[in-house]
Structure formats: C-alpha cells, structure tokens
Design a protein around this ligand. Structure first.
Ligand SMILES: Cc1cc2nc3c(=O)[nH]c(=O)nc-3n(C[C@H](O)[C@H](O)[C@H](O)COP(=O)(O)OP(=O)(O)OC[C@H]3O[C@@H](n4cnc5c(N)ncnc54)[C@H](O)[C@@H]3O)c2cc1C
Length: 436
C-alpha cells in the first residue's frame, strides 16, 4: 500500500457491491482495503455460489461492473448482435468479476489491499475510528467504512422446525435424497433457483412450491421491449400513496395494450423517489398487498428457465400452489391451501425456505460484522426490517464515516437489489467518499 494513505477506505464485504465500489474509488486515486470471505471473494453470493445451470436474470449487455460501461460484460464475452441480450450463466458473470478484480490488482496494486478473511467484529474506538477485526487476529482501522455485506444473512438463523433457512449456503441441499419429496416456501426467483439446483444434483422426487398466491415470476419479453412510461394518472396515484388507485391505473394500462413487464420497467427508476415519499403505513400496505404482484412483474425469468419449469410441471414433478405453511414434522408438512378452512398434510422430507430474509431482524443482531454496531446504537434497523437506517446517499446518520451500499439500503429506497442500481450507488458513493 502507498504509505501516504494512512487510512484507506475499508470495504466490508467483497461481493458485487464491494468490487464495484473498490473499482470506482481506485479510479479516483483512493486507497482501498477490500475484505471478504475467501469462498466467494470478488463474486459474492449470487455469482460465486451458483450452479452452472443458474442464469442471470438481466441481459448480458446490462451487467457491466461500471455505470458508465453497462455493456462491458457482453463485450468481455465478445457477444455480437442479438447475443448481447442473452441471459448468461451466473458463474460466467462471476468469472468476469474475477477478471475485473485481477485488472484492478494489476493497475492499482499499490493502493488496493485484498484481505480474504471473515470479519468477526466491527466497533467504534475511542479515537472515533472504525475498528474492523478479522479472523486472522488482525484489526484494521479507518475513518471511512462501507458495509457491503449483501443481505447479511447468518447461518445462525433458526426456526422451530428442521427447515433449510439458508438455501444459498454451500451444501444446503446436499442432504436431500434423490427421491425425497420437497416443499419449497416461496414461488419467486429463489424457488426457481432451488428447483434448478435440485435437478442439477439429480433429484427426481416431487417438488411442491407454495406461496400466499402461488404467483410465478413473469417471462422476460423476447425480443426485448422498451419501458412504458407511467401515465400521469398512475404516477399521481403512486405519488399520493393511493395504491388501490395505482393498481387500477396499472390494470387500465394493461387493458389498453401495455405489457406488465414494460410498465414495471418504466416505473423502476422512479421507485426510490416514490418509496421515500410514502408514509410507513403506505410502505406496509405495499409490502402486504402489492409486493407479490410487483415482484412477479419486476423480477422476471429468461425463456429457457421458464421452459424447464413448464416441463417439470407437465411431468408432474413440480407443482406451484397457493396456500399457507403451518409446520413440519416427521417427514410431512402441514399446509392450508388458499381459500380452504382445513389443514392438510403433504409428504415433505425437506422444507426449503425460499421466501427471502425480509423482516428477519435477528440477522442484524447476530451478524458478526453488524451486531456490535447495532448494540452500540451506531446502526438502527429500519422500521420494516428491510435493512438499516441510512440517508439517500448511503451515509449512516450519527455515525461519521460509516456508509451502506446494496441490499442493506432497501428500507431507505426499496429498489436496491440488482446490478444496474448497485453500480450507480457505487459510483455516487465513491464520489462522496473521495471528497471526504
Ligand atoms: C441468487 C441470486 C441471483 C441474483 N441474480 C441477479 C442477476 O441475475 N442480475 C442482477 O442484477 N442481480 C442479481 N441478484 C441480485 C444480487 O444481489 C446483486 O446483483 C449483487 O450480487 C449483490 O451484491 P452485494 O455485494 O450487495 O452482496 P453479496 O454478493 O451477497 O456480497 C456480500 C459479500 O459479503 C461477504 N460477507 C458477509 N459477511 C461477511 C463477514 N462477516 N466477513 C467477510 N465477508 C462477509 C459475503 O461472503 C459476500 O461475498 C441476484 C441475487 C441472488 C441472491
């Protein structure tokens, strides 16, 4: 490291966000320490812990690491013409990120320190600096710390029945027998990933996927269609937080010929601003009533993935159901189908929770990099448990020099999940940190 930079920016977490931010900071002449688990360093959960059959759900020409070069991944693959819009394997995207990290090391090696380690604790010292302890025993100090920990899931999250709460953990599915009946909670993208992962490991048993409404993600329009801008009436309803009226306007637009997917694309960039303007009760209403529908139109799947699901459903190996999971005991799960009054038992040797971590507040108080910061009051869980309190620029109020990027910001802006939004956050945050 350059000895003149006594306190480089420390980035805790080396997934997509950590890498995208490091790239932006290094290009602005900053020194950076990037710390993350060795197992998926520089790739993170989505692109490091995937199976070969898992595809990106964003076309290749929109997955570049930098906001000013969105097509860089497609260019790295040398894709031409329509192929640039392909949905490529997630592991291949991980290889692209590894290539980008190698490039950063070559170009900025004197200002970049990569530490492959687990963060065991973060606290604020009496010197007002952030102290980051890692499992090698070393403690780093900095006056600028960015938490890029993804969803901050912890292996310690448990429930009162033997269900797989961490579907992304390595080997999470490895104990599931080939012919075991499996229940998956959730019918979104994670459920689809789990079905594909089970197929990849030779599973041939029956799979039931269950959610409140049994709604599957939509298909990506092919060929791609441009976003449909929201009508003035739809926008006004959303701005007023009148979600009932907004849904009516949305449906009216569909009746008039717009595709739900392109309407969602037209709204996507406006979501953070709308979300910030909504009261807490409106946000709650959105999560309770509109979210399942919104998620299905916003987070879509490529055609080939949809075809695999269709084949499994035709073969009777996968069923998508609406209902409510009650509990699981001795190889069977108790379910109440939507609209029914009585419970039924279905065979289920394994239950995979693919509903996501929203509302799981325990993960903030048990995550090694967050727990002390939460306990000491430097970080506060947002009222809906979606993330941690922060300002629109990712800075944490009252915690000078502490910033968030990515999933942890969802309570503040909701739309903080996918590469196009995350790399924009990285560019804006780097600008701010460089001026610090
Ligand atoms: C399965 C899946 C598929 C997805 N597919 C797409 C897609 O196709 N397109 C798209 O745009 N978005 C996709 N996403 C969204 C995805 O979340 C973002 O694209 C992006 O990968 C998030 O990066 P991140 O750095 O915020 O989080 P992560 O990738 O989760 O990175 C966080 C990193 O922090 C590390 N970490 C956590 N705790 C510690 C600790 N105590 N010590 C050290 N390191 C720690 C983790 O090991 C991890 O490497 C997908 C998400 C998932 C989960």
């Amino acid at each position: 490291m350059d000895s003149s930079d006594t306190f480089p920016v420390v980035i805790a977490g080396a997934g997509f966000c950590g890498l995208a931010l490091a790239a932006q900071l290094l290009e602005r002449g900053q020194a950076v320490v990037l710390i993350g688990h060795a197992a998926n360093f520089g790739r993170g959960t989505a692109y490091g812990d995937a199976w070969r059959g898992h595809l990106l759900n964003v076309p290749a020409d929109r997955m570049g690491l930098r906001a000013d070069a969105p097509a860089a991944f497609a260019e790295w693959l040398d894709l031409q013409g329509d192929a640039r819009r392909q949905f490529r394997p997630r592991l291949e995207f991980g290889d692209y990120l590894a290539h980008e990290l190698d490039g950063l090391r070559m170009r900025h090696g004197n200002r970049l320190r990569c530490i492959e380690a687990g963060i065991t604790a973060i606290s604020r010292g009496t010197d007002a600096r952030w102290h980051i302890a890692i499992d090698s025993g070393e403690t780093l100090e900095s006056d600028r710390l960015v938490l890029a920990l993804g969803a901050a899931s912890t292996a310690s999250t448990t429930t009162n029945c033997p269900l797989i709460r961490q579907p992304w953990a390595r080997d999470a599915l490895s104990n599931i027998a080939v012919d075991a009946p499996v229940l998956i909670l959730g019918t979104g993208l994670t459920m689809i990933d789990m079905v594909l992962a089970l197929q990849a490991q030779g599973h041939r048993g029956a799979i039931t996927a269950l959610s409140r409404r049994g709604r599957l993600p939509l298909l990506h329009p092919e060929p791609p269609l441009p976003p449909t801008p929201p009508s003035p009436a739809l926008l006004a309803a959303l701005e007023a937080g009148d979600l009932y009226l907004a849904l009516r306007e949305f449906r009216a637009a569909i009746t008039a010929g717009a595709a739900p997917a392109t309407l969602a694309d037209g709204l996507r960039a406006l979501i953070p601003q709308l979300w910030r303007g909504w009261s807490l009760p409106t946000r709650k209403r959105f999560l309770r009533h509109l979210r399942p529908w919104w998620d299905s139109v916003r987070h879509r799947v490529p055609r080939e993935v949809f075809a695999t699901l269709g084949r499994l459903r035709e073969e009777g190996r996968l069923r998508i159901c609406a209902g409510h999971f009650i509990d699981h005991e001795n190889g069977s799960a108790r379910i109440r189908w939507r609209g029914e009054r009585d419970d039924v038992a279905i065979p289920a040797s394994a239950v995979i929770d693919a509903t996501g971590l929203d509302g799981d507040r325990d993960r903030y108080t048990t995550h090694p990099a967050l727990s002390a910061l939460v306990a000491d009051g430097h970080l506060r869980i947002d009222p809906l448990g979606l993330g941690l309190d922060c300002a629109a620029d990712g800075s944490v109020p009252g915690a000078d020099g502490l910033h968030l990027i990515g999933f942890l910001r969802r309570g503040e802006c909701w739309e903080s999940t996918a590469v196009p939004e995350l790399r924009a956050q990285a560019a804006a945050l780097a600008e701010r940190l460089a001026a610090y």
